[in-house]
Write a protein that binds this ligand. Structure first.
Ligand SMILES: Nc1ncnc2c1ncn2[C@@H]1O[C@H](COP(=O)(O)OP(=O)(O)OP(=O)(O)O)[C@@H](O)[C@H]1O
Length: 260
């Protein structure tokens, strides 16, 4: 479980541009957020550009350190055991190119497990399982620079999965993908969730992803302003500048942020 308690994150030097967001000359990117993500939960974090989504999820494994509040993973504060947090929470960034570090698919997926100091046999096993999970079995020797955007995204997901995380966090995983690639990544996320991995997807485009979610939280100005199951929360999400699929747009009631 990932547990955030009254988490606030500020960036120095840039104002958000309104009197509520300004604090000491910087930007309050995450504003007093309390949120729990259960093991095995599929959570969607939605919100317009600049609403604080990336900053929020980066606190889950210590990539961003809160200025106030606490983040714990499996009951241990992230600040006390960064390695445990990074092992339990795998992260795939908005631009997969930023995290692909090797020349080949196999080298890239093996990178994390190698850094854990695992045996060659265990590394090979993890690479095979992770590539299988993203439908890229036997693609170890393919060169990264020969892959499509969708394949790179899937390699980035495999690299995170090879760490055998409890939660996989994907930040705007669909940005560079065409429709078939988007559907392929969605199918992989659905399968992972079905097998018990917790999945967190950060997005401002909810097509195809809301139906996979157990819960959705909507952010505005760094605060959770909508929270609930997809059908209950969807009508309130439309006002946040996110793209809500038609099937959800008129459904359900208000998704008040009561169960965060
Ligand atoms: N490194 C940084 N330095 C200064 N301000 C930052 C930095 N990163 C983010 N911000 C600001 O913090 C706020 C929240 O940004 P964040 O990237 O977390 O939001 P987001 O919802 O993920 O946006 P996007 O969808 O555009 O990535 C924005 O006002 C942004 O300009």
């Amino acid at each position: 479980m990932i547990a955030l308690e009254s988490v606030t994150c500020r960036y120095e030097g840039r104002n958000r541009g309104d009197e509520n967001g300004v604090d000491g000359g910087g930007t309050v990117a995450v504003d007093d957020v309390t949120l729990s993500v259960s093991d095995g939960e599929f959570l969607v974090v939605a919100g317009a550009n600049g609403s604080g989504k990336t900053t929020l999820v980066r606190t889950f494994n210590g990539l961003v350190t809160p200025d106030a509040g606490t983040v714990s993973v499996n009951g241990v504060p992230v600040s006390e055991d960064l390695v445990a947090a990074r092992t339990a929470v795998g992260m795939v960034f908005q631009e997969p190119r930023d995290q692909l570090v090797s020349a080949t698919v196999g080298g890239d997926v093996a990178f994390g497990p190698e850094n854990l100091g695992l045996s060659h046999g265990e590394i090979d096993r993890r690479v095979a399982v992770a590539l299988d999970a993203v439908n890229m079995t036997d693609r170890e020797d393919d060169r990264i620079d020969s892959l499509s955007g969708g394949e790179r995204e899937r390699v980035a997901i495999a690299g995170a999965l090879a760490m055998e995380p409890d939660h996989l966090v994907c930040d705007e995983p669909f940005t560079w993908l065409d429709e078939p690639a988007r559907e392929s990544v969605l199918a992989r996320l659905r399968e992972l969730h079905a097998k018990g991995t917790g999945v967190v997807v950060v997005t401002h485009d909810l097509r195809g992803v809301l139906e996979l979610a157990d819960r959705v939280v909507g952010l505005a100005d760094g605060r959770i302003v909508v929270a609930g199951p997809p059908h209950a929360a969807a009508p309130d999400l439309a006002g946040l500048g996110v793209r809500v699929p038609e099937a959800f747009d008129s459904a359900g009631g208000a998704g008040r942020p009561t169960d965060s």
